[in-house]
Write a protein of this length. Structure first.
Length: 128
């Protein structure tokens, strides 16, 4: 099964604000253990169903996917010692706690993080 992603309504509003030099940066990533593989997130989603631990701060950058500088991406690493579990979804947020979920991906196949592992997430927003 393929992953299913959406930019939420709050995410669209935040993107418009950022283009207008307002709003906050999307730079925090969260994991969930509560979504069902093969389902689709809704644009009205505002949170992850069952968050796993605290969000992590991503490293933000502008990268080239199709044309020069067309993709904003954030990369975060979740250490297995803290985030061991079966991951079903990833969310991108504009704050470490509370804040807005700007995008959500429900994984097509669950990912298992073992205590000795780490899980790196690269989430991109392509504008081309």
């Amino acid at each position: 099964m393929a992953d299913s992603s959406v930019i939420t309504n709050l995410g669209r509003a935040q993107a418009a604000n950022r283009i207008n030099s307002a709003g906050t940066v999307f730079g925090w990533l969260g994991l969930s253990t509560g979504e069902t593989a093969g389902t689709s997130p809704a644009v009205t989603d505002t949170t992850l169903t069952t968050p796993l631990g605290a969000r992590v701060v991503g490293t933000n950058s502008i990268v080239t996917t199709t044309v020069a500088n067309d993709t904003f991406q954030t990369v975060g690493t979740f250490p297995g010692a803290t985030y061991a579990g079966t991951i079903t979804a990833i969310g991108v947020f504009d704050a470490l706690t509370a804040g807005n979920m700007v995008a959500k991906t429900i994984l097509g196949a669950n990912q298992v993080i073992l205590a000795a592992d780490s899980y790196q997430v690269t989430y991109g927003f392509k504008f081309a």
